[in-house]
Write a protein that binds this ligand. Sequence first.
Ligand code: ADP
Ligand code: MG
Length: 673
Amino acid sequence: MSNVMEEKGSLSINSENIFPIIKKWLYSDHDIFYRELISNGCDAITKMKKLEVMGEVTLPEDNEWKVTVQVSPEEKTIKIIDNGIGMTADEVKQYINQIAFSGAQAFVEKYKDKTNEDCIIGHFGLGFYSAFMVAHKVTIDTKSYKDEPSVHWESEEGVDFEMSEGTRTERGTEITLYLNEDSYEFSNEYRAKEVIEKYCSFMPTPIFFENVDAPAKEEKKSESSEEKDGEAKDGGETEEKKPQPINDPNPLWTKHPNECTEEEYKKFYRDVFHDYKEPLFWIHLNMDYPFNLKGILYFPKINTEYENLDGVIKLYSNQVFIADNIKEVIPEFLLLLKGVIDCPDLPLNVSRSALQNDGFVKKISDYITKKVADKLSGMCKVEREAYEKYWDDISPFIKFGCLKDEKFGEKMKDYMLFKNLEGKYLTLEDYVKAAKEAAGEPEEAPIVENADGTSATGEEGENAEESAEEKKQVVYYVTDERQQSQYINMFKEAGLDAIFLTHNIDQPYISKLEYDNKEIRFQRIDADLTETFKEEVTENEEDWKKMTDTVTELVKKALNKEKLTVKVEKLKNEKVASMITLSEDSRRMQDMMRMYNMSGMDPSMFGGEGETLVLNANHPLVKYVFEHKKSKNASVICEQLYDLAMLSHKPLAPEEMTKFIERSNEIMLLLTK
Ligand code: ADP
Ligand code: MG
């Protein structure tokens, strides 16, 4: 039994130095004291439970574990009360007076030269003393489970303390904070609940909240019980409503995956992320060895291809919330998901940069990545239908992962799908195989078509000097179904296929695929005219040249665009009069410039060609232009053909659009004459 109950002393061990630093370090989240004090209460209860399991103590039947938070907005105080293990006088001396200070001192030593950015992840190690960030006076009233007198401890500003025999009669600890003026907010019921919800939602002991200044509910009820009877929803007049804990001590991730139902997963998602769109699917992580890690990762439903992907991964340590989106632990691309991860083995009382370079942390993060890749590839193999159904939603995430994480990309590479013009989901391999078959080539033949659309089935030898680039298998893709519909139709009619790559992530992803697969080359559907669309020219060379030159000149003049590239071709599709092509390289260059906001610049500066206007010599309008070169009508037709081609290529600029509409109206007027 401890004997020295009356004691005074000075907590002089550098404490003047400690608090300014604690305040600086924790400046951005003063609210963390709630987490520290409530988790101490939970810890005290966990210790008591262990003693009971070990048979060291016997508890009364009606014992109910609880931590109670009591705020008094009028008194500006907060009490945190637990019925845990309690402390003897010796323990207070040892754990509060000494250890905490020496801990804090070590902390100061370690971090005094560091900057705020490199802050401690968990803020662990300060624990109890974080109370002094918000309170000028803190008292402890505690009674140990051992048969020893209770202890009263108090300290002003955390510099001096006083200790004496206390008056507490029940086992457990009550901490009282007398708030500083600038921290009064924490005694406000709503603010307090908000903070507790943030940090303590899943702490392992039931937490109850009381606002001692709010009129008691029971009183209100009895005062007005007669009027209220009719509408009383919550359990009748006689039965008193039992207060409910404000946390969930058994969050879903702590259960075994076999014991969780689909509805529970969905409910948990709604409750934690306040997202009322259902998640697509989820991965329940559950690992004990070689490290302890539990959690649930949800694939959220993304509404549109433009919606930002920003998920949130909440990190916990033994059900105590640490922080959102700690990128040192969670691979960056996984931050697009929504989920919770509880990993008590993480060294959280170190700085962020230390965490980043920690081999153990890297292992944890690799494990999470592997689990996600396993789930996805497993789904592709076993539940292909579901995988296809989700593909549009999950593919931006997966592609981002492939770009960011080499290992993930390697694991996923055979499970990447591409939606084709028919709406079927193919692998790249499927697409290439079908393209080769469509072109009537034996499977192992190197080329179907050249990137520039010249001779694929043409005579041999003509293009003996083909560059490696031209030999590559072309994969045609669509970025905008509406904008490129003219080309899509031509492709379909010609029996050619293309894949949809419509998300922002697709351009960088294409570059990666081209880098990884040297034998393929991606080309947007409107990049060029392939041989398939053209008809053989039967006219004699001279006549043909005369015709094409004349038409080209007329168009340039009519449009007043000397530099425009014009090609006159015989297209099989007779409905198409004019179209625009833009070479893949030029377009990628333009996209890049747009991305870097250099749109004012001329693409030709970078060696790109700009758009080509293709006119179909088979079309009567084009024939008319040639035959009526001198007429005003020919010039109007040229302008109209150009605008129409442009329209099905990209949106017109406002002034171009105005002219186009005026001209269209004039043309229609002719119908009335
Ligand atoms: P930590 O929790 O990391 O050990 P703290 O500063 O939060 O550091 O607490 C220091 C010690 O004080 C605890 O380890 C515990 O022994 C004791 N302690 C603090 N709060 C309580 C409590 N509510 N009940 C029992 N013991 C407590
Ligand atoms: Mg603690």
